[in-house]
Design a protein around this ligand. Structure first.
Ligand SMILES: NC(=O)c1ccc[n+]([C@@H]2O[C@H](COP(=O)([O-])OP(=O)(O)OC[C@H]3O[C@@H](n4cnc5c(N)ncnc54)[C@H](OP(=O)(O)O)[C@@H]3O)[C@@H](O)[C@H]2O)c1
Length: 383
């Protein structure tokens, strides 16, 4: 997968006596619980002998996402290949899918990237839990770094958090809202459960920016009013609870909201499953589409037969990895839109706790990040 073998040398090699970059990566040789199977591997990158198309990058930040953990456990359908490219004794796989790097050096044939550029991996499974990488320019997609945004006259540059987490959640929200159905701005509606999730917050904001009306369903909680207010400020037109979503009587309220705008409730976004998915599916008008992109309740999606027969309801899955795997054009177009909104200050990123790598054991740091991710998104940053 990586064209790096010849330029990566183990630390024990005699070549190491020359000046080279000492890198670390978090790897595993067997699937299992991250606390059992992750280890830190040190290697050197010979940056004095780059091939013409090669690029050396340093990591600026990489998050811990639920799918990263599932990959290590071996329960996620898309996985990195185990490889000897890192000069490990046994084939090992790198961890981490998202992250932002800064270009340190480029080969003499590279014209699309320059030293100082910010880049993200062009494909999933690149392995972003590492200090450095050696790849080819086609392994990366360029993002504007803050200096470049400034010199292009933009209101602001991307933050580290925005750049490191740009390729999954914002793209998921944008594509679910635009790629399958055409919602009429100002008129049509979508409904989503998990309205308080990171993807849900992006969907509310994208909805506002594209002028789509939206209903966000959230679980009841002691600070319900505060959370409702926050989601409405982000862009949700209405915020309701799971109890409202489950109630037949509340259906009338939703119908009157939709009637007021003269549109239809066409699209449902489901990341919960179970009764919550039944509730949002029931709210759709005729010919509605529900996209299931997550299963947080671990319950199956439950759809009444009558919705299929009498309302021509469609239930489909959404997986950003599969959609964009062979469609770089759609990925670039979507990224461009998200970058523009970030640079204009029109889109807020999902906050994360930043933990800086102190140069010690990288695997331990991500293992702690995995534990702490139950309390909120963790972003490992590098000096
Ligand atoms: N298919 C794709 O391409 C794709 C892309 C991105 C993300 N995803 C998936 O989308 C989901 C959300 O991801 P995220 O990063 O946005 O998550 P997140 O920010 O961690 O939010 C998790 C959400 O799930 C809700 N939740 C958790 N357990 C629940 C339960 N038992 N019943 C009802 N709601 C529950 C939480 O509600 P509370 O606030 O009430 O706890 C919260 O709204 C995950 O399943 C993720 O894997 C899929």
């Amino acid at each position: 997968m990586f064209a790096i073998r010849r330029s990566i040398v183990p630390l024990t090699s005699s070549i190491f006596k020359r000046s080279m970059i000492t890198a670390q990566a978090v790897l595993y040789t067997e699937h299992g619980e991250p606390s059992d199977v992750l280890f830190t591997h040190k290697f050197s990158i010979d940056d004095d002998n780059l091939k013409s198309d090669q690029v050396v990058v340093k990591t600026l930040a990489s998050p811990v996402n639920p799918s990263d953990i599932n990959q290590i456990q071996g329960v996620y359908p898309s996985k990195p290949e185990k490889t000897l490219d890192f000069d490990t004794e046994k084939p090992a796989a790198p961890c981490g899918n998202e992250g932002v790097f800064q270009v340190l050096k480029v080969g003499n044939g590279v014209s699309d990237l320059a030293v100082g550029d910010w880049v993200i991996p062009s494909q999933v499974n690149y392995g972003t839990w590492r200090t450095h990488a050696l790849g080819t320019s086609s392994d990366f997609i360029k993002l504007p770094n803050p200096d470049q945004s400034k010199s292009n006259g933009k209101k602001q540059g991307l933050s580290i958090n925005q750049a490191a987490t740009i390729s999954v959640n914002p793209l998921t929200a944008y594509l679910m809202l635009t790629h399958y159905l055409k919602l009429a701005p100002g008129k049509d509606w979508f409904i989503q459960n998990g309205g308080n999730s990171a993807v849900g917050k992006y969907a509310s904001q994208v909805g506002r920016l594209l002028n789509f009306n939206s209903i966000s369903v959230i679980r009841d909680r002691p600070d319900l009013d505060e959370v409702k207010k926050e989601l409405e400020q982000l862009g949700a037109t209405q915020v309701i609870t799971e109890e409202d979503n489950a109630s037949k009587e509340f259906g009338g309220q939703i119908k009157s909201w939709v009637k007021e705008t003269g549109g239809e409730l066409k699209l449902a976004l489901n990341c919960v499953g179970g009764k919550s998915s039944t509730g949002i599916a029931r709210k759709l008008g005729n010919n509605g589409l529900m996209l299931t992109y997550g299963g947080m309740s671990k319950q199956p999606v439950i759809i009444p037969t009558s919705l299929h027969i009498f309302k021509n309801f469609t239930s489909a899955g959404f997986w950003v990895t599969e959609l964009l795997k062979n469609n770089q054009e759609l990925k670039s177009k979507t990224l461009k839109q998200i970058i523009e909104w970030y640079e204009n200050g029109e889109l807020k990123d999902a906050p994360s706790t930043h933990v800086e790598f102190d140069g010690n054991d990288l695997a331990k740091l991500y293992q702690q990040g995995i534990t702490d991710s139950k309390k909120g998104k963790q972003l490992i940053t590098y000096k």
